[in-house]
Write a protein that binds this ligand. Structure first.
Ligand SMILES: *[C@@H]1O[C@H](CO)[C@@H](O)[C@H](O)[C@H]1NC(C)=O
Ligand SMILES: *[C@@H]1O[C@H](CO)[C@@H](O)[C@H](O)[C@H]1NC(C)=O
Ligand SMILES: *[C@@H]1O[C@H](CO)[C@@H](O)[C@H](O)[C@H]1NC(C)=O
Ligand SMILES: *[C@@H]1O[C@H](CO)[C@@H](O)[C@H](O)[C@H]1NC(C)=O
Ligand SMILES: *[C@@H]1O[C@H](CO)[C@@H](O)[C@H](O)[C@H]1NC(C)=O
Ligand SMILES: *[C@@H]1O[C@H](CO)[C@@H](O)[C@H](O)[C@H]1NC(C)=O
Ligand SMILES: *[C@@H]1O[C@H](CO)[C@@H](O)[C@H](O)[C@H]1NC(C)=O
Ligand SMILES: *[C@@H]1O[C@H](CO)[C@@H](O)[C@H](O)[C@H]1NC(C)=O
Ligand SMILES: *[C@@H]1O[C@H](CO)[C@@H](O)[C@H](O)[C@H]1NC(C)=O
Ligand SMILES: *[C@@H]1O[C@H](CO)[C@@H](O)[C@H](O)[C@H]1NC(C)=O
Ligand SMILES: *[C@@H]1O[C@H](CO)[C@@H](O)[C@H](O)[C@H]1NC(C)=O
Ligand SMILES: *[C@@H]1O[C@H](CO)[C@@H](O)[C@H](O)[C@H]1NC(C)=O
Length: 461
């Protein structure tokens, strides 16, 4: 009798496990996932399994899709370049602790490449849609040996990171669209990135830097996809429960000026103008003939011969722009704009500077070296960018103006003589006279501006 009870109990337990395993989210080293089964994440949001895309005849792939959306929307594919042609492939954890797809002859079709080997390795599909490989003996459940979020397909889900992971050496490659710098609250080139539902965050720490986002409204299902078939490459699709369809809620590039580097070096894209490309003030087309034929790729060069040095060049402020792309740039988040100006001035390869954080009065310093690429005008937003130009190109040079007392006994002739003399006397220790003005009794002298008060302040305290 006792034996029977125990047997029954075993049976019940067994059945319980059987039932439990129907909607499991994990596979272990002992139980592979077969073609006719799926894993479902704990809260039922995502499902992992084998599928055949509608467009191909019979090829099968291992993928992840939304479990609660009626037509299959695949957000990630494992063997994207190596289709499976039968229904006998299994997903298993091999003896090296990697997740592998093996066919009926035990040939590996696809494999993860975890560099650390776990003790008891399991693979789990998380509620975020991330397929992770981890060591069940590890006390930190977020120490993943491998994760699918590091190898995205065409979909950028909430919680994924886009950027540069120093430790794993992962980084994006080809530019098609640039959101512009993160100004502390939004991407300068994409003002709509600051909204109450989608919360974008920029993270920069010793392990790397990246952007990620979360969705504040938990009932909203939304994803970003790269659309290979359209000029509009980046679409945000949001699930509409009433119509049971995906709706495009935003797409990029939003116009021609959003397309990466439309106007070439030192060009600026102004979408309201035709043609959309202009050279920045102080620059002219490098290849004028091509430029007039709307071939903008060569970009622009300094209009006047430009040379680096004190009193030879300065900075012109350009407002409402999307700052240039940052491959050749340098950032210090704690410097002021004044320190930033100085830093840029010091190095003749520096071509521009700007604040990194536009909140409040602005703070931080970004400086650019060499060509300035992918600058556009954003009339309702953008930021201030200070571009290095020859002094002759700036009507914004700092000057010191000396106004002569009207009761001075000095005559016009003497004044002119003095001006001529000062103008001819050029010495690095003498302040330069740049010009003068005489009108009726008014006499003005224009000097280059020297910071730090006047000389008599230092002589007489
Ligand atoms: C799933 O496939 C395996 C072999 O690939 C087979 O043994 C099993 O019976 C199938 N299960 C169902 C429910 O079809
Ligand atoms: C594999 O399974 C799917 C779904 O169960 C089925 O539609 C398809 O015909 C099968 N393919 C092969 C090659 O057996
Ligand atoms: C498995 O091996 C057999 C015998 O070598 C071969 O005929 C078959 O095509 C192989 N199947 C796959 C999927 O490679
Ligand atoms: C394995 O690593 C290589 C090189 O980093 C990468 O290109 C590849 O996508 C990785 N494969 C998987 C399945 O993670
Ligand atoms: C946005 O996400 C960040 C990081 O998760 C969080 O610190 C911040 O409070 C969130 N902001 C809002 C408005 O939800
Ligand atoms: C690209 O966008 C078009 C129009 O919205 C849509 O019909 C098509 O399915 C999309 N393609 C992909 C691969 O998402
Ligand atoms: C979606 O719509 C169905 C009926 O069309 C309804 O039963 C379900 O509660 C809705 N879900 C949400 C999250 O609104
Ligand atoms: C270049 O300089 C000349 C003379 O100063 C000026 O007339 C012209 O408009 C400038 N061109 C550009 C593109 O800035
Ligand atoms: C003008 O464009 C043509 C075609 O793109 C290119 O071959 C040529 O080098 C360009 N000219 C100059 C001066 O860059
Ligand atoms: C950044 O700027 C601050 C303030 O000027 C300075 O103290 C700090 O050393 C700078 N850091 C680097 C890495 O240049
Ligand atoms: C100027 O900056 C460039 C780029 O960072 C660097 O390679 C170069 O050494 C710097 N020159 C001076 C004089 O600091
Ligand atoms: C002005 O004074 C400050 C502090 O005494 C000094 O660092 C700076 O070099 C001076 N500027 C000039 C142009 O002499």
């Amino acid at each position: 009798m006792a034996i029977l009870t125990i047997l029954l109990l075993f049976c019940k337990l067994f059945l319980f496990f059987c039932k439990f395993s129907v909607a499991k989210d994990t596979i272990t080293q002992f139980e592979p996932l077969e073609d006719n089964k799926t894993l479902v994440s704990n809260d039922g949001t995502f499902e992992l399994g084998f599928f055949t895309p509608a467009t191909t005849s019979s090829n099968r792939y291992l993928g992840i899709w939304y479990a609660n959306i009626p037509f299959r929307t695949v957000v990630w594919v494992a063997n994207r370049d190596i289709p499976i042609t039968d229904n006998f492939t299994k997903l298993r954890i091999n003896t090296q602790g990697n997740l592998v797809l093996v066919n009926q002859n035990n040939t590996v079709i696809w494999s993860t490449n975890a560099t650390t080997k776990g003790v008891v390795v399991a693979a789990q599909i998380l509620d975020s849609g991330n397929l992770v490989l981890r060591d069940e003996k590890d006390t930190n459940p977020e120490n993943y040996l491998w994760e699918s979020f590091d190898y995205p397909s065409d979909t950028f889900l909430p919680g994924m990171k886009m950027g540069w992971d120093f430790k794993k050496g992962l980084i994006g490659t080809t530019e098609y669209y640039r959101s512009g710098p993160w100004d502390g609250t939004k991407f300068v080139g994409n003002p709509s990135s600051s909204n109450s539902v989608i919360n974008y965050t920029f993270v920069s720490d010793k392990d790397g830097y990246y952007i990620t986002y979360s969705i504040n409204d938990k009932s909203m299902i939304s994803r970003l996809v790269l659309n290979q078939t359209l000029y509009l490459r980046r679409q945000r699709l949001t699930w509409n429960n009433d119509s049971q369809t995906w709706r495009v809620s935003s797409q990029l590039p939003s116009d021609l000026c959003d397309v990466y580097n439309t106007c070439g070096a030192f060009g600026i894209c102004v979408v309201s103008e035709s043609p959309v490309c202009k050279c920045l003030d102080g620059f002219k087309p490098k290849a004028p003939q091509n430029w007039t034929q709307t071939n903008f790729h060569e970009g622009c060069v300094h209009n006047h011969s430009w040379s680096c040095g004190e009193n030879k060049d300065g900075f012109q402020k350009f407002s409402n722009v999307k700052a240039p792309e940052t491959t050749r740039s340098w950032v210090n988040a704690s410097m002021t704009l004044e320190e930033c100006n100085k830093k840029c001035r010091e190095n003749c390869s520096c071509t521009a500077y700007a604040n990194t954080d536009m909140r409040g009065e602005g703070s931080g310093c970004a400086i650019w070296f060499g060509d300035l690429l992918d600058v556009r005008l954003i009339p309702s937003g953008g930021q201030d960018l200070y571009i290095r130009l020859a002094v002759s190109q700036i009507d914004g040079q700092e000057l010191a103006v000396k106004r002569l007392s009207q009761t001075s006994g000095q005559g016009l002739k003497e004044f002119k003589n003095e001006v001529m003399l000062c103008a001819k006397l050029q010495h690095r220790n003498l302040v330069k006279v740049l010009g003068f003005c005489i009108r009726e009794d008014e006499k003005l002298l224009i000097y280059e501006y020297m910071a730090n008060k006047s000389l008599d302040f230092f002589l007489f305290g």
